[in-house]
Design a protein around this ligand. Sequence first.
Ligand code: ZN
Length: 156
Amino acid sequence: MSAQNLKISKLYYAVDGTREPFEALFPADDFVALPLTGPIAVKGELMRVEEGIMLLMHELEATQMGNCGFCEKPLKQALQFHPSEWLYHEEKPLDYDDSDEALFLDKKQLELDPYEPVRQELILHIDPAPHCPKTCKEFAEPERGVKALSKLKEIL
Ligand SMILES: [Zn+2]
């Protein structure tokens, strides 16, 4: 499907615990709904496990763009991530329910698509209310910029 699909033709037949490094690069256009700029780079390892293949995401690099919620200055900030683990099932689990949204590997093509875990990590870590790191930090509020500004007007 996508150009970033990762080949697992060796790993699929390897013994449990076998690891293989991987890297993938996504253009920001792949995540049109998210306020990102520049490529999104992901690095990690794939590991054969009993249930399928575990994707160990060690590093994710992405840059968010937006405007400061207080002064509206344009901002670019690197997102911070922690390592995460994602299981691609080989078979549907016995108690599988379509609402589970589990990940599956492609046993015909012997590859897996890293897009969905990357998208979910990005959504989790995007700052919903970005602001200038120093000057506007003390004014930062959970609400979006428009609200913060209207409150300021009330104070003045
Ligand atoms: Zn600001």
